[in-house]
Design a protein around this ligand. Structure first.
Ligand SMILES: Nc1ncnc2c1ncn2[C@@H]1O[C@H](COP(=O)(O)OP(=O)(O)OP(=O)(O)O)[C@@H](O)[C@H]1O
Ligand SMILES: [Mg+2]
Length: 267
């Protein structure tokens, strides 16, 4: 098991040692400072509302959505959203990095993928396959091409047969490279992008919290950090806070500027 959970009631899944388990409480503690863009918040809310109205949907013979794909640049909250959805649905999260599954048991990938899905079918959870584009990466070696096409077929089958109380989620940076047939299987799609001014402002306020700051720092920081992802902003604001603590001073714009220069975000 990649990560042992404090919740011993969760049955251990044999054969899927690349999976990490998170209890609802563990998920909850990770999403205290999530900023979900309005569009995605709306999508998540509708998804949750529908799951709470299962009977109505059955009456109308309209299937319940249960497969979400998230796509967009690094550090924008895709993985975090999986923790958020698990928290909201009060389900444990089973996190599996697909690249790890592929690389650690080449030749057994398809059967491991099947085991993971079988587990999720039997045990209500949010099954989250992170780094989902790992199946799409170009393979040079012929054996690997064959193996990957087997994995894609297995995934298609598992997605078609996915039913019960679990939810399937996947995240990728490279949505354009995903197999069309797989893409089509998702009933819910969420796009992620770098934060705009309003979102940066909101996140900076969460990051600074109760820390003493000079006047207007929040909006100044939001403009300094233009073009940064949430993950970068988090690192930079933490670095700036450290500087303020060392100096025993309020958090100032020059701390943010210096931290930004030192962090050297990749552009
Ligand atoms: N929308 C967000 N709201 C709040 N914090 C965020 C958000 N996006 C990212 N973060 C912060 O950055 C960290 C990394 O984000 P996350 O792992 O969700 O990014 P990702 O989109 O999955 O990136 P990657 O494509 O590299 O996997 C989070 O743990 C969190 O601290
Ligand atoms: Mg991620």
């Amino acid at each position: 098991m990649g990560k042992t959970s404090s919740n011993q009631r969760l049955p251990r899944a044999k054969g899927i040692d690349m999976a990490a388990y998170y209890t609802v409480k563990e998920c909850e503690s990770r999403v205290k400072r999530i900023v979900l863009p309005d569009r995605n918040r709306q999508i998540v809310e509708e998804f949750i509302t529908i799951l709470g109205m299962k009977e109505r949907f059955k009456e109308h013979d309209v299937p319940i959505p249960n497969k979400i794909v998230m796509f967009g640049p690094p550090g924008t909250g895709k993985t975090l959203t999986a923790f958020y959805v698990a928290t909201r649905l009060e389900l444990p999260l089973l996190l599996v990095r697909l690249d790890a599954v592929i690389h650690s048991h080449l030749g057994e990938t398809a059967s491991n993928v099947r085991k993971i899905f079988e587990y999720a079918k039997a045990t209500p959870c949010v099954l989250f396959l992170d780094e989902f584009d790992a199946i799409a990466r170009t393979r040079e070696n012929n054996d690997e091409v064959k193996e990957m096409s087997r994995v894609v077929n297995t995934l298609l089958q598992c997605l078609d047969e996915f039913e019960g109380d679990s939810i399937f989620m996947a995240a990728t940076n490279l949505e354009t490279e995903l197999d069309h047939a797989i893409w089509r299987r998702f009933d819910t799609k969420m796009a992620y992008s770098l934060p705009d001014e309003k979102e940066r402002d909101q996140y900076i306020s969460l990051l600074i919290g109760g820390f003493g700051q000079e006047d207007h720092l929040q909006s100044i920081a939001a403009s300094i950090l233009q073009g940064s992802s949430y993950a970068e902003m988090e690192q930079i604001v933490l670095k700036a806070k450290r500087k303020a603590i060392i100096e025993d001073s309020l958090l100032r714009a020059d701390h943010i500027e210096e931290a930004f220069a030192e962090y050297q975000p990749k552009r």
